[in-house]
Write a new protein. Structure first.
Length: 134
C-alpha cells in the first residue's frame, strides 16, 4: 500500500512537470500556489457562509491542567459542526487538487521530489509522534 501511494506521488509530479509549459516561471508557480491556498480558504468559508452545510463554533481549547499530551487530544475541538454537502466537498477537493498541482510544480522547478519530502516527513511523524505537533 505504501509503495502504491509513493508511486502515485511520483507519477503525479512527473505529469505536472510535463504540463508545466504554461507556468514555467517559478514566480508564476509561487503566486499560483499562494492563490490556490487562498481558494481553499474561500471554498471552506463559502461552505459555512454560502451553503451552510457546515458551521464554525470556535472557542478557546480547554483541557485539564494535569492531562498528559496524549490525553489532550481527547479534549481538542475542531470547532466544526455539520458535514460537507456533496457540492461543497467537490469544490474543496478541486481546490486542494489545484494546490497539489502547484506544490508539485514548485518541487519540480526547485529540483525536489515531493515523494522524498513526504517520506522524510512521515519518518519525522513516526519518530516524534505527539511532539511533532505545533
Ligand atoms: Zn455545502
Amino acid at each position: 500500500m505504501e509503495n502504491r501511494n509513493d508511486e502515485v506521488v511520483c507519477l503525479f509530479q512527473d505529469k505536472v512537470s510535463e504540463l508545466l509549459l504554461k507556468h514555467r516561471s517559478v514566480l508564476d508557480s509561487l503566486s499560483k500556489f499562494t492563490e490556490s491556498a487562498t481558494r481553499i480558504n474561500r471554498a471552506v468559508s463559502k461552505a459555512v457562509t454560502g451553503c451552510g452545510c457546515i458551521s464554525i463554533n470556535a472557542k478557546k481549547q480547554q483541557f485539564p491542567a494535569e492531562a498528559s499530551l496524549e490525553d489532550c487530544r481527547k479534549y481538542m475541538d475542531s470547532h466544526l459542526e455539520g458535514f460537507l454537502c456533496e457540492s461543497c466537498r467537490e469544490r474543496i477537493e478541486e481546490e486542494i487538487g489545484n494546490q497539489l498541482f502547484y506544490l508539485s510544480a514548485l518541487c519540480h522547478l526547485l529540483d525536489f521530489k515531493l515523494e522524498d519530502i513526504m517520506r522524510k516527513e512521515y519518518g519525522k511523524l513516526k519518530a516524534l509522534g505527539f511532539f511533532h505537533l505545533s
